[in-house]
Design a protein around this ligand. Sequence first.
Ligand code: TXA
Ligand code: MG
Length: 314
Amino acid sequence: MPNTLTETLTPTPQGIARAAHLLQDGALVALPTETVYGLGADARNGEAVAGIYAAKGRPSFNPLIVHLPDVETAKRYVEWTEQADRLAQAFWPGALTLVLPLKPDSGLSSLVTAGLPSLAVRVPAHPVMRQVLQALDGPVAAPSANPSGKISATTAAHVMAGLAGKIAAVIDDGACAVGVESTIVGLTGPRPALLRAGGVPGEALEATLGRELDIVDGAEIIAPGQLASHYAPGAAVRLNVGQATEGEVLLGFGQMDCDLNLSPSGDLTEAAANLFDHLHRLDATGQPIAVAPIPDHGLGRAINDRLTRAAAPR
Ligand code: TXA
Ligand code: MG
C-alpha cells in the first residue's frame, strides 16, 4: 500500500469504530497493546495479511500472532490443552502468547501461520485493543509495528517514524505499559517450551505450570524475532559496558552517570517499559550506543534478549 495518507486516530469510540471499519475493509491499522504497538490486519483476509509483510518489508512469510478477545474465542482456532488452560487462567488477558495446534477450517489466512500446523494466540489486556477486537468481531493478526529488523514501537510516534505512508492508520494511546513483546510458550510438543522471553517472566510461568520450561533455541523457529540481528538501531550497540568511550552514548541502569537511564532505581519493570523508547532516542543521535549491564532475571531476561539481538553483527 504505497503512499497512503496515514490517519492518526484517537482512542475514543469514534477512533475505535474507524479502526474496525478500516480493518474490515482489509486495511492495515497500528494498534496499541500493553506490550508494544501491533500492526494489525484482519487475520481472515489473505490480502490484508500479505500487506503486513509488504509494509514491514519482512523478507519472508513468518508466522504471526493472532489477537483474540477471550479464551472462548481462542478455543475456536486452536486445540486447547490443560496446560494452556492453566496459563490462560493465570496470565490472560496479558503479555503471554500460546502456540497450539491449529484447528482445521479455522478460516484464517494461511499466511498467518506461514503454512505451519500450529497457531500463536494472545488475548491482550489493552482496553483499546480489546475494544477494536470487539468492534471488528474477528481475529487480528499483528506483528510489532516497526519496519522489519528495526526497533519495536512503543508509541504512535515510533509507528509513524517507521511506517507512515505505508499503513492506513494508527490509534494513538500513548506509551505501552509493558514495553517488551509478549512471552511466547509453545505447547505443541511433549513438554512446554519457552520460544521467546517477554513481558511475563519465565519464572512466573514455571510457577504456574509447576514445572520447568524447555528453552528452545531459535534455530528451530525461522521467524524474525528469533533472528540474531533484530531490534537493530542504525548505529552499533555494545553491551555490558561500565563506562562509555569517546563518541558513544550510554544507556544506563541503576544509579550511574549516563545519557539515558532505563531505571535509575534499578526496577526491571520500569526498564522494560523504557527500553525501546530509549533505544529510539539514542538511535536518533546517530552515535554508537553503549549499554550498562542488566540483571538477567525476571523481565531482565526479555530485555537482555532484545539487547543481544540489537547488538548482533548485521
Ligand atoms: O507482544 C507481542 O507479542 C506483539 C504484540 C503486537 O502482540 N507482537 C509481536 O509479534 O511481537 P511479532 O510478529 O513481532 O512476533 C511474533 C513471533 C514470531 O517471531 C514467531 O517467533 C512467533 O511469534 N510465532 C508466531 N506463530 C508461531 C508458531 N506457529 N510457531 C512458533 N512461533 C510462532
Ligand atoms: Mg517484532
